[in-house]
Design a protein around this ligand. Structure first.
Ligand SMILES: Cc1cc2nc3c(=O)[nH]c(=O)nc-3n(C[C@H](O)[C@H](O)[C@H](O)COP(=O)(O)OP(=O)(O)OC[C@H]3O[C@@H](n4cnc5c(N)ncnc54)[C@H](O)[C@@H]3O)c2cc1C
Length: 1009
């Protein structure tokens, strides 16, 4: 008996022989498409530009716009000669007669898309399906669409799927199975469904909610499919949706109604590390269910996205990093499927002849008849392979996307990327002409060789190791990873933490002064804004005498703390970071109750606090050592830093751990002693930070915890002669008062007070006429309404170019109506309650102002009746001089301002007192450059939300009335807490000067310990 490998080779060779009988280049369409592919494969940078241009083209309305984009994208192209050859008539004519070249290009791109899109609509696609039928190729049809951003769009989608199903079953009534054998397993009509198109608010953290919304949308489709004898397949999308898709599949097909229906299938992506476990679980489920089901095995279409996303978030990467690992796993899963043929019908979705030949050989080895499984390939790709498989007597089905060009753009770009990928089989075979023997090699062997160092590891630049804080100078800085709530174990941990925190309701926290716990007569209660009758905790309230004691303690502790080595101070911060990490879920859960943060935002707040500790520790190690200013023979000049003295930290409630911890940690690591005054609304979280610092070993008096009214103790300490520095984040009103008051020199004051002052914003996002609305809408809604709009970075003015206005509004209003408002204890809630009654009343007042000034375009109706819930609200027809466009509201209220063009958009965006964050959605390189240069904001965000700054990556802070220009989480932030000092020594003695002066000295500590 021949070995499996030689069977595979024999089958592979046979496929290649058949393929070579009808030779076809990879890019069979001559002209535009072929040139695009060739250029892309030659130059990675050019490929990026070309694909970006292809991406924006369908949304451009006029020829002038097309030509302008063309010039912007390719003005800098290194290979400009080649580019103009490729664009041919397009670019040459562009300069002379734009109205000719625009349509030519659009036509070219449409033609290219036609190669991958089987039809524009259900009628159109029938022509293709009939042709394929003649070639004995079956079909599965998929509906292309824009990313759905609201529930109106998902309803339309569900209706389109139903129409498609009706049309297909009507038109194919008398079609028979091409193999005429085992046809009961393979209905003629086969529909591929994407669950993300059926519910716009899928939150990976809340599978139950997703299933509750998706199942009712699916059932009518499934019923109809069962009645007409069709097959429904659930496609698999990004990893974040994987568990929900699996769960949904199992849930629905276990229901009585569908339990005995065998014509349901799902996809397994072999590039996922957990795919084998998932497939085993599915097979077990299928066995218990007692009815056949189907699995389409693919490698996976989102490799670049998954690797980038996991790197951004610091998560373990869910996909294999080396191509042969995915290939090997594909073969492992092929075996698993075929070995369980009694319960699962397999479809192998691949264009890779090795993967295909392996499935054929293994099926033969097991004696599984070739009519009992099928190969599936994509429309417009690998035509000769399809033909070869049909000739060999295999069952072949083509995956046929249906839809218009614009909604199908992301599908088209995925196919272009796949076809030009260095790693892909199609390119290797049909473009690079790699020999058959090489293409048929066992992927395990390639892997084995690579481990021995014979082959360089693929994608070796990607470092996916778990991010542990490394704070030594020179080490790359890694942020604390966010919790991935798509993982069930994390969902469970959060639920357990919420249960635990409930039990702690009503706890009491004291003041901490000089290491002593102090209880006062007055207790302040902190309530749950979702249910104000629930008291999260009570905190002792300080008055002037306690404030005096705290200042005295901090002053006394200063002399010793300033001389504690910076290394010890850095280590303190690192211990705090470790404790925060250990108590992460507990603290996040506390934030859900005390300030109404949704899960992921609460987790983000704790992650940011950890980052502040590790980042500032790392910065201090660089700043701590005195550094030579210039190398001059005979003289040594070293610059170094002294702490300022006693720091008063006044923090807000909206980032109750991160901002408090950030300001406190910066002050402490630089050698200042601190009085921290958390916001009254988040005092329990503030007390937790004190507890954590104590556990980490902060000496008595170095950090003091003082809860009390800002107007009483805050004001007293701001004016205090023994307070040297004030770090404040909060409202403009209080910030300006502190700024002014700290400017007065009091009797006995040693230092000019330094004020670090971060205040609010009236942040604008501009939507350009060529913006990708799928992204612009989702990100605007998130920026405006996430955490109830209570971030200083939140979006409050959406500036839309008039060309786009109506389309933006239609989708925006629908998206706002689909956002989940509710108690943030529930995992998927996006909008919770505002912080307290005063905020609630103030925001409602602003809504009344808005109604009198502009047009109320949308206001949510169903918000919980108790608690401080404000319905997300959108005003249109807003003018830049109106109060709702000028004043900070700090709630879920968005003003939409229509403008003529980008000039006016910039003028409006900049025409406020504030300059904190600003955003821009556009696909015009020139306009993007303009915004980068002209938007007045401390943090400018392009094509992404305007909230969510990450320590180290996006140093955060604004100017004008938004702040004093400091950047929290930035390289130079610590300098605000320090006094620079230079020590110069003449080291020449009678003309004798040392030859070398060290760049760094040890710390100047006096007296040395
Ligand atoms: C009929 C059909 C239906 C499909 N449905 C889905 C679906 O529902 N969901 C989905 O996600 N995809 C789906 N796909 C797309 C499919 O995942 C890709 O088209 C396919 O992976 C290309 O694989 P291949 O075996 O044809 O080619 P190959 O060239 O052998 O493999 C390319 C694949 O290898 C993987 N890969 C590339 N580089 C690396 C690397 N460095 N490390 C590890 N792995 C790497 C990627 O998955 C890439 O797509 C479908 C494909 C077909 C044919």
């Amino acid at each position: 008996m021949r070995s499996l490998q030689s069977e595979i080779e024999q089958r592979g060779q046979r496929i290649f022989e058949l393929v070579d009988k009808h030779p076809e280049p990879l890019f069979s369409k001559a002209g535009f498409y072929q040139r695009l592919m060739m250029l892309s494969m030659r130059d990675e940078q050019l490929k990026q530009q070309l694909f970006r241009f292809v991406d924006v083209l369908p949304s451009l309305r006029t020829s002038g716009e097309i030509v302008q984009h063309l010039q912007e994208y390719f003005a800098e192209a290194r290979d400009s000669q080649k580019v103009s050859e490729f664009l041919g008539a397009g670019v040459r004519l562009a300069r002379v007669v734009p109205w000719i070249s625009g349509p030519i290009l659009r036509w070219n791109v449409s033609e290219m898309a036609r190669q991958f899109i089987a039809g524009r609509n259900p009628d159109d696609v029938m022509r293709t399906l009939r042709k394929r039928r003649a070639q004995k190729i079956g079909f599965t049809v998929d509906l292309l669409g824009e990313a759905v951003v609201n529930e109106t769009e998902t309803d339309e989608y569900a209706a389109r799927y139903l129409d498609l199903l009706e049309g297909l079953s009507r038109e194919t009534k008398d079609w028979t199975d091409p193999l005429g054998k085992n046809s009961a397993l393979f209905p003629v009509v086969n529909l591929s469904v994407k669950i993300s198109a059926l519910y716009s608010q899928i939150n990976p953290a809340d599978p139950a909610d997703a299933i509750a919304h998706l199942a009712p949308k699916l059932r009518p489709l499934l019923r109809r499919a069962r009645n007409v004898g069709a097959f429904i397949n659930f496609d698999m999308e990004s990893y974040a949706h994987k568990n929900i898709t699996l769960e949904l599949f199992k849930t629905v097909f276990t229901e009585e109604e569908f339990k005995n229906w065998p014509h349901a299938g799902i996809v397994t992506q072999a590039y996922l590390r957990d795919s084998e476990a998932d497939l085993r679980d599915l097979i077990e489920w299928g066995r218990a269910r007692g009815t056949r089901f189907a699995v389409r095995l693919v490698k996976g279409a989102y490799w670049d996205y998954e690797t980038a996303k996991s790197r951004q978030n610091g998560w373990d990467c869910p996909v294999y990093l080396q191509k042969p690992e995915s290939d090997t796993n594909f073969e492992t899963l092929t075996r698993l499927l075929l070995e369980n043929e009694s319960v699962v019908t397999s479809a192998f979705g691949s264009h890779n002849v090795r993967s295909i030949a392996h499935a054929q050989a293994f099926a033969d080895e097991l004696g599984v008849d070739r009519s009992r499984f099928e190969f599936q390939l994509l429309y417009g790709m690998a035509g000769p392979i399809k033909r070869a498989l049909v000739d060999m007597g295999y069952r072949v089905r083509e995956y046929c996307p249906v839809g218009e060009l614009l909604p199908g753009m992301s599908y088209l770009v995925r196919r272009l990327l796949e076809n030009t990928s260095n790693e892909g089989f199609l390119r290797a075979k049909f473009s690079d002409n790699v020999p058959a023997a090489e293409l048929l090699r066992n992927p395990r062997e390639i892997l084995h060789r690579s481990r021995n160092g014979v082959l360089p590891p693929l994608n070796s630049t990607i470092n996916m190791t778990k991010n542990t804080p490394k704070t030594q100078p020179g080490a790359p800085y890694d942020n604390a990873p966010l919790t991935n709530f798509a993982l069930p174990e994390n969902q469970e941990k959060m639920r357990a933490a919420l249960r635990e925190q409930r039990k702690q309701f009503g706890r009491k926290v004291p003041l901490t002064i000089n290491g002593e716990k102090i209880w006062t007569d007055k207790m302040f209660s902190s309530v749950n804004p979702s249910q104000p009758d629930q008291i999260v905790g009570y905190a002792a309230e300080a008055d002037i005498p306690e404030a005096e004691r705290a200042v005295t303690a901090a002053r006394a502790a200063f002399e010793k703390w300033r001389r504690t080595s910076f290394e010890q101070r850095c280590e303190l911060l690192e211990r705090v970071a470790e404790i925060l990490e250990r108590r992460r879920f507990e603290l996040s859960a506390l934030e859900v109750f005390e300030v109404g943060k949704p899960w992921s935002q609460a987790d983000g707040d704790i992650a940011e606090a950890i980052d502040f500790c590790t980042f500032y520790a790392r910065r201090m190690r660089l700043l701590g050592r005195p550094r030579l200013t210039q190398n001059v023979p005979g003289e040594e000049s070293y610059q170094h830093y002294w702490p300022r003295g006693v720091a008063l930290v006044i923090a807000p409630w909206n980032f109750p751990m991160a901002i408090l911890c950030g300001m406190v940690s910066a002050a402490l690591v630089t050698g200042n002693t601190v009085i921290m005054k958390p916001s009254e609304q988040s005092v329990i979280i503030g007390a937790m930070l004190m507890e954590i610092y104590e556990e980490a070993g902060v000496p008595p008096g170095v950090l003091n915890f003082l809860n009390g009214k800002g107007s009483v103790i805050g004001a007293h300490m701001v004016d205090h002669k023994d307070v040297d520095l004030i770090a404040f984040t909060g409202s403009r009103e209080v910030g300006l008062w502190i700024w002014e008051s700290a400017g007065k020199t009091r009797e006995g004051q040693r230092e000019l007070k330094r004020v670090i002052c971060e205040m609010g914003g009236k942040n604008a996002m501009i939507v350009d006429s060529d913006a990708d609305l799928d992204e612009a809408i989702v990100d605007s809604i998130y920026s405006a309404f996430g955490f109830q709009g209570q971030k200083c970075s939140a979006l409050s003015r959406l500036i839309v170019l008039e060309e786009n206005h109506d389309r933006v509004m239609e989708r925006l209003l629908g998206a706002a109506a689909s956002v989940r408002v509710g108690n943030p204890e529930e995992a998927g809630v996006v909008v919770g309650p505002v912080i307290d009654e005063a905020a609630y009343r103030r925001i409602l007042d602003y809504i009344e102002v808005g109604k009198s000034e502009a047009t109320l375009a949308y206001q949510a109706k169903d918000v919980p009746p108790h608690g401080y819930f404000i319905p997300p609200t959108i005003f249109t027809g807003v003018k830049s001089n109106m109060r709702i466009a000028r004043e900070e509201i700090f709630g879920p209220v968005l003003s939409v301002i229509k403008v003529r063009d980008l000039d006016e958009a910039i003028e409006v965006a900049n025409g406020t007192d504030y300059a904190l964050t600003g955003g821009f959605f556009s696909r015009s390189p020139a306009n993007i450059e303009r915004i980068k240069a002209q938007l007045e904001a401390g943090n400018v965000y392009i094509n992404r939300p305007c909230t969510g700054a990450i320590v180290g990556r996006h140093p955060f802070g604004g100017f004008k009335m938004s702040g004093s220009g400091t950047k929290a989480g930035g390289e130079d932030y610590l300098l605000n807490f320090l006094i620079p000092r230079v020590v110069t020594e003449n080291v020449t003695r009678h003309g004798l000067a040392p030859e070398k002066t060290p760049e760094y000295r040890e710390e100047f500590l006096w007296p040395k310990k």
